[in-house]
Each structure stands twice: as structure tokens, then as C-alpha cells.
Design a protein around this ligand. Structure first.
Ligand code: ADP
Ligand code: MG
Length: 485
């Protein structure tokens, strides 16, 4: 647990997150309008989304299915009865004058998310609830010098609000929570998790307290749109609150805004300005009643999720918890790894994991390529592993072969053949090189004989140089010891 050191002692930081995740669905929560990202303003707006008089909402079944799947993926209680309510407030980009949301009876109740922390340990964070609601439109302030434009494309798009319990204790845990939640949503296919497109955003609730005390007063920093910003918001808020209390003041319960340019938060509105939303059940919509059999069927159809996959990777492949966690974070990465290990029979899983998280991730990041579009596909990486395994090439040469594979898209065997990179494991050839180096360097031989073991490494280096890295290092070592006596 990470504590903050203040002037007057230690403080514990307490964080709870409310994540808004846009549901993957062709159409909006209560209308047939499309939801594609990046469309021209106001081209995906039905009369319902524009709140024309007399329009009635019609519930989109796909949105319900996605929320239930997500609830199941979070090991949460699925409420067979839930109710849509009106949350009343005035805002220019909210044409209805209210948002249809769920309040007292959400579709999903309590669940849990397991965080994979950087040191390989895990921590469980409680989920309070998940409910469905409509997104609002967007005010555009930068299109005209004195007027604000409104884009209603987002108006009515389905959001899942996923509320955690106040179980997190550091910015690091907040990062791990958002990463894991995004991973689960992507596995389930219920949200793209693309924070830069606004498909996932979060409200960050932070308070501080002396270890062992009751929960302190919290602030809520709204609409944070990247994991990095969420962590910065936590750090800044925690420090600000500790300083305020230690200076004799207090934390005011309020809504704050994150400033990405400064990495700080500032007050937006206080508790006294808090809205009275006057929730009441929407009279245009019936309560949502789910069939238990239908829910059970969705449960059976869920994919293997990251936690189960991680456990299996550790058990079946003997990977460390850390490696397994990295490999299962994205479904595509896990699939790539599994097929790279699967072919060929005797491939070493640990070695495969190192190649995926090392050379492959390095190249993908450098070139900004998705794993599905990698010029070195799983089969080709498997081919490279086979050549290392059977001694055709050394691990060192393999790095060069990988780079050449990345550049050309060719398979490993073709490149080794073309460039003559086969490892020299012929003892006659290696002995001849050794004899030459020994004859040329009597001084070093003398040093070795007088007990300087380090010279051995120097000799190995000479042979590797002479053979352009192709001599089998194990054989070089062995023959060298024999020759130098
Ligand atoms: P509201 O709906 O008014 O935002 P909730 O009680 O639903 O209030 O809480 C919202 C979020 O705030 C939850 O994620 C919860 O975990 C978190 N939270 C509640 N109390 C605290 C606290 N004292 N410190 C930090 N986070 C808190
Ligand atoms: Mg809130």
C-alpha cells in the first residue's frame, strides 16, 4: 500500500472510479440512429435523439445484451428486473431536458475486478453496480467566434456506467484498474475501450484519511479521458487535499475538472450547486425484465477472459505471473503467443514469451503496428524459434534474423539460407579458428595459464568476431577450455 508523507505524518489515499463505457452496438439506446465514430456532425441523429415532441423511445435489445455480458464478465449479480428513470437537468446539448438512466434499480449489481499490479501481485476491487444510460450531445465552442454549435451524433448513444467501490489506494492501482477493465471489455466485445475516441472516460473520486480512520470527504474529478490523466488527477488531488487539511483547512465535497496541460485539477461546482435530479421512472418505458435462461445462455457463450487465461498460461506453459499477465492483456496478443508456441511440437514457451514481449512488442511499438498486421506473424516467429531450438542459429544471430523478417516479411529459414547465417557447429571448423587465434595471441594464452579466467571471454569474443557471430558459443567454450588445458 502506498502512503503519502505529509508534514504531520502519513496519509492514506482512497479512490473510487465511475467509468463511462460506450457500448458497441449498431444503433443507439432508444433509437435506430447509427453510432459510428468520426461521422460529420448531426448526421447520426433521429427525431428521438433530437427530442422532437411526441417521439417515443424504443429499447435496443443489443444494448441490454452487452450490459448483461459485461456484468457477467465482472462476476456481478445480474438483476432480472431493472428500471429506466429520468435524470432531470438542463444543458444545451441535452435536448430532452433529461437523461434516461438507471438509478434505484440498475441492470447489474455487485461484482469484482482483479487488478494485475506491476510487481506481479493481484488485488481485487469491488464493483458497486453497472447501469445503462444515454450519452448527451456535444457543444462545439471552437467553430464560431461568438456562437456555440451543437453536435447531436452522440445524443442517445448507449453508455454503461461502471461504478467501483472505494477500494483503490494509489495512482498505480487506478492505472491497473482502468487497464484491466478495458481488457475485459475488449475481450467481451462490449466496448472498444478507446479512450482517445471518448469511448471510455472516467470520473475520479479521491479522498484522504489517516490510516485506520473512517473515509474522508471526497472530490470528484469529471470526464478524465486517459489512463495517464487519471493517475495524474489522483496524485494531484491527494497532495492538494493533504496540504489543505494540514494547513488547517478542510476538503470541500465538490466536482472538479482535470487540466491536461497543467496536470492539475480545479473546482467546477460545489455541493451547494449540486443538481437535484428529481429522478423518476420514465413513463414511456416499461421495466426491463430478463429471462434467467437467456442470461445463462449468454454466460455459456462468454469467451475465456483474461484472468482464466492467465491462470491457464501459468499452469500449462510455466510462465511467470508477470509474463502471463502481459500476454493475456490483449486477446490478440494471447492468441498470437498460443499459436507461436503451438506449432512445431517442442517449442519453449518461456522463450516464445520473451520473443513476443521483447523483439515483437519492440518492433510493433516502434512502427505503430497492431499485432494482427505484424509482418512477422505467429507462424513465422514459431519458425524462428525452431531454428534456435535445433541449433541452426544462435540466439544472437536470431535477433538479426528477426529484424530481416520484419523488413522483408520472409520466413526465418529463407533468410538464414539467403544470408548464410547458419550457426557453425562443426567442431573441425571451430577448432581451426581456435588454433589460429591461439597461435596469434601467445600473450593472452600466458595470462590464462597464470590463472586469469577472464581471458577466456576475450577468446570467445575473438572467435565470434572471426565467425561473424555464427560459431556455436557453447562449443567454442568447450573446445577452448580443452585446448588451453
Ligand atoms: P455519486 O453517485 O454521488 O457520485 P456514489 O456514492 O455513487 O456517489 O459514489 C461514486 C463513486 O465515489 C464510487 O466509485 C465510490 O467508490 C466513490 N467514493 C465514495 N466515497 C468515497 C470516498 N470517501 N473516497 C473516495 N471515493 C469515494
Ligand atoms: Mg458520481
Amino acid at each position: 500500500m502506498s502512503m503519502i508523507q505529509g508534514k504531520t505524518g502519513e496519509w492514506e489515499v482512497v479512490i473510487g472510479l465511475e467509468v463511462h463505457a460506450q457500448v458497441i452496438a449498431e444503433s443507439k439506446l432508444f433509437s435506430g440512429a447509427a453510432t459510428a465514430f468520426g461521422a460529420e456532425p448531426n448526421t447520426q441523429v433521429s427525431l428521438v435523439d433530437a427530442a422532437m415532441p411526441g417521439m417515443l423511445p424504443v429499447l435496443n435489445e443489443k444494448s441490454i445484451e452487452q450490459a448483461v455480458k459485461t456484468g457477467l464478465g465482472l462476476n456481478a449479480k445480474i438483476n432480472l428486473n431493472s428500471v429506466f428513470e429520468r435524470k432531470n437537468y438542463f444543458y444545451p446539448d441535452l435536448p430532452q431536458g433529461y437523461q434516461i438512466s438507471q438509478y434505484l434499480e440498475p441492470i447489474v449489481g455487485e461484482g469484482a475486478l482483479t487488478l494485475d499490479l506491476p510487481d506481479g501481485s493481484v488485488k481485487e476491487v469491488g464493483i458497486e453496480r453497472l447501469h445503462l444510460e444515454q450519452d448527451a450531445g456535444k457543444s462545439l465552442h471552437d467553430q464560431h467566434p461568438s456562437q456555440t454549435y451543437i453536435d447531436l451524433n452522440r445524443s442517445g448513444v448507449t453508455l454503461m456506467e461502471i461504478v467501483s467501490k472505494p477500494d483503490m489506494r494509489s495512482a498505480e492501482e487506478v492505472g491497473a484498474y482502468l487497464e484491466k477493465l478495458r481488457s475485459v471489455l475488449r475481450y467481451l466485445g462490449t466496448c472498444t475501450g478507446n479512450m482517445e475516441e471518448g469511448s471510455m472516460r472516467c470520473d475520479v473520486n479521491v479522498s484522504v484519511r489517516r490510516p485506520g480512520e473512517d473515509l474522508g470527504t471526497r472530490t470528484e474529478t469529471k470526464n478524465v479521458n486517459s489512463i495517464r490523466f487519471a493517475k495524474l488527477a489522483v496524485e494531484h488531488e491527494a497532495k492538494r487535499q493533504v496540504a489543505a487539511i494540514e494547513d488547517g483547512g478542510e476538503v470541500v465535497q465538490e466536482t472538479r475538472l482535470f487540466d491536461p496541460n497543467k496536470g492539475t485539477t480545479r473546482a467546477m461546482r460545489g455541493k451547494e450547486e449540486a443538481h437535484d435530479y428529481r429522478y423518476f421512472p420514465d413513463p414511456d418505458l416499461l421495466p426491463v425484465v430478463l429471462d434467467a435462461g437467456w442470461v445463462a445462455e449468454l454466460k455459456r457463450g462468454l469467451p475465456e477472459l483474461p484472468d482464466a487465461k492467465k491462470t491457464r498460461f501459468i499452469a500449462d506453459f510455466g510462465l511467470s505471473a508477470y509474463d502471463a499477465g502481459v500476454l493475456v492483456a490483449e486477446r490478440e496478443t494471447a492468441a498470437y503467443f498460443e499459436s507461436a508456441v503451438a506449432g512445431g511440437g517442442a517449442r519453449d514457451a518461456k522463450q516464445a514469451a520473451n520473443w513476443v514481449t521483447g523483439a515483437l512488442f519492440g518492433a510493433l511499438n516502434r512502427e505503430g503496428v497492431e499485432i494482427g498486421a505484424s509482418p512477422v506473424d505467429a507462424d513465422k516467429l514459431g519458425g524462428l524459434l525452431d531454428l534456435i531450438q535445433d541449433g541452426t542459429i544462435s540466439g544472437r544471430i536470431a535477433k538479426d534474423v528477426f529484424d530481416a523478417m520484419w523488413e522483408s516479411g520472409k520466413d526465418a529459414a529463407a533468410i538464414v539460407e539467403e544470408k548464410g547465417l547458419k550457426q557453425i557447429s562443426d567442431s573441425g571448423a571451430i577448432e581451426a579458428m581456435l588454433d589460429q587465434v591461439i597461435a596469434d595471441n601467445p600473450g593472452q594464452v600466458e595470462q590464462f595459464k597464470s590463472g586469469n579466467e577472464k581471458v577466456l571471454g576475450w577468446f570467445v569474443g575473438q572467435i565470434m568476431k572471426a565467425s561473424q557471430g555464427k560459431a556455436n558459443p557453447a562449443m567454442v567454450n568447450q573446445l577452448l577450455r580443452k585446448k588451453l588445458g
